[in-house]
Design a protein around this ligand. Sequence first.
Ligand code: NAD
Length: 445
Amino acid sequence: MVKEDIKRLVETKQARVGVIGLGYVGLPLAVEFARRGLRSVGFEVDTRKAESINRGESYIPDVPSDALASAVGDERLHATTDFDELSSCDAIIICVPTPLRKTKEPDISYILAASEEITKRLRHGQLVILESTTYPGTTDEVLLPMFEAKGLKLDQDFLLAFSPERVDPGNPQFHTDNIPKVVGGCTDDSTEIAALLYGQIVKEVHPVTSARVAEAAKLLENTFRAVNIGMANEMARLCYHLGIDTWEVIRAAATKPFGFMPFYPGPGIGGHCIPLDPHYLSWKARQHGFDSRFIGLAEEVNSRMPEHVVALVTDALNDDRKSLNGARVLVLGVAYKKDIDDVRESPALSIIDRLRAKGADVRYHDPFVPEVRFDDAHTVAGGEPLQNVPLTEEELRAADCCVIVTDHSGVNYGQVCALSKLIVDTRNALSRDLRRDSSAKIVRL
Ligand SMILES: NC(=O)c1ccc[n+]([C@@H]2O[C@H](COP(=O)([O-])OP(=O)(O)OC[C@H]3O[C@@H](n4cnc5c(N)ncnc54)[C@H](O)[C@@H]3O)[C@@H](O)[C@H]2O)c1
């Protein structure tokens, strides 16, 4: 029985684990398996990433190079672009991107490409797990038929499961090993063995009855965040019109010890998950004739926040008898959230583009991001790349307006308050004391 074969290999730590896609999700996972005594092989299409891993040099901030180097040095981990090595793996975990098409429909082409590589080498005795976030049904409806078309049978020859990734880049408290892992197999055997495998590296595994439940659970988690952030953003705009301090309102409401969970407004949502994942769910719902209205509404509210931030800057300059056209605007932070280097879907891109389209001279400072590039989807203003500028006294004094888009911890906000003329703070990054002592005019979201 395939179940017993893989079980024995996992329990004796002889199982070889292949991880396809070594990005924010895949690299920490591959390193964790190696750290726990299993042998892991990382598969990449990007040769530079594979070479960097094999030199023991990490390009993911949450993976320290010394942990990577020790796994590589102990011959517990190596990376390759040669997919033939898949046949030597007992478990294969797919961690490739799941973006959206321009039409906002799911683009599962990376999952298909990885699955085709697996299909070519699939053999008796392998467990395949999909971790990429995707719509409910992908594992059953897309992967399973591909693998079975090879003539191999689920449960007799191979096992197949879905287990969503929940990694939170830059979060110092939660890492791979202390984030509970949901696991749903296409069969009971698949669930059991996938859960056993993850049990080697995470403290808590939560098995569910099917891959679809696991796929839907991940989308519920991220849709929950998108909808609640949308609510907070709507509240911020509402409070702006009513002249009430949103942040004080949220702080007060959050003192309720039950039935309330604080979410905070911001310049818009970013990253590879929250802006994208709900579309996977609403797309699948539409296939079944169901219109998911909360998702649509959250998308509408959240995607208008960059426009609102630009309106705050324009109004604040106007109060000072200045126009945005020709103003020098310093954007503080371009990553989609604090203390990380990821600019995917960052609202900063849209804010910068809108400011430039209105004639502003935009510069940015972000200690994590040396350069930002604008793809066609993100620009109406020409899309010239921008380079990080150091946060000097001259830079702060020369800016007509500073816009805090990302509240990185390492920025000297005291200096920002002391030297700026005007600050638009979209993250409530400036403490009450800093605001009180500042000579700058401060506008908060
Ligand atoms: N980044 C997060 O915080 C996060 C959190 C939870 C879930 N997820 C989900 O995990 C998945 C991966 O996200 P990520 O942030 O790690 O993406 P990423 O872009 O950081 O990494 C993906 C890697 O896969 C590689 N790749 C692409 N096609 C490949 C192929 N056919 N074979 C081998 N490698 C291939 C890319 O070169 C890249 O290095 C997505 O579905 C995402 O939604 C991401």
